[in-house]
Design a protein around this ligand. Sequence first.
Ligand SMILES: [Zn+2]
Length: 267
Amino acid sequence: MGFRCREVLPDVLHIEDALGVCMTLLRGSREALLVDAGYGLENAAAFAASLTDRPVRLVLTHGHYDHCLGAAGFPEAFVFGEDAALVREHCGEFWRRRALESAAQRGIRTDAEAFLSAPEPVWRALAEGPIDLGGLTARAIRCPGHTPGSAVFLVPERELLLTGDDWNPYTWLFFPEALSVREYRDNMLKLLELPFRHVLCPHRWELYERSALETFVLGLTDEVLRAARPVDTGAWLGIRTAEAEPAPGQCLVFDPERKDRRLPGAG
Ligand SMILES: [Zn+2]
């Protein structure tokens, strides 16, 4: 049990929690920014504070429980308004119990009472645009897809893009709150206009080069989507999912019948 952490670029720390989900700490000269907070089985706020002597602000890429439950140790946290209801739902008892089940399956011992009763932070609306940390900037960008309020963060000084769950080498786009695959693709294509060379995502420990994301997004052609194979996603019965392989070794699992939601796109 415990976090592991490494500095992948100067003052960019990628941190993995006990259940294998990652968050990223950006250390500026005035302030630090923690992007996502993990499952919260351990104290993400205390761990982040141990890595910097500056105040730590928490932002979330989206409202899913494996990214938001670790927010419990923070007084406040920022998420795009489109995910405000989702994040409150995912901080509720149902999702906390799911996290405890995952911990039990892995033999991780935790104080269940404390975990179930940990207070939520005050949720605040994330604004698009730059967050100046002092020598390091994180630009919050809307990119609806994995969820309606999904955010990516561009760190221009490090030519780095933090994708949230909008991209992992194995990307899930089928939860009820996800957008249609074509809307998702449109928004992801806009990300390729951004100036970045490196990519971090929450469900991998590696620092990727731009080409990994680029081949994935450009590989989401109509032909590739039509060739997607039905795949059983088990617990999420009722949603017929299909798996496309837009690039070698990368997959997108999506709901081919999902209707467009017509949200404002990435910009
Ligand atoms: Zn997610």
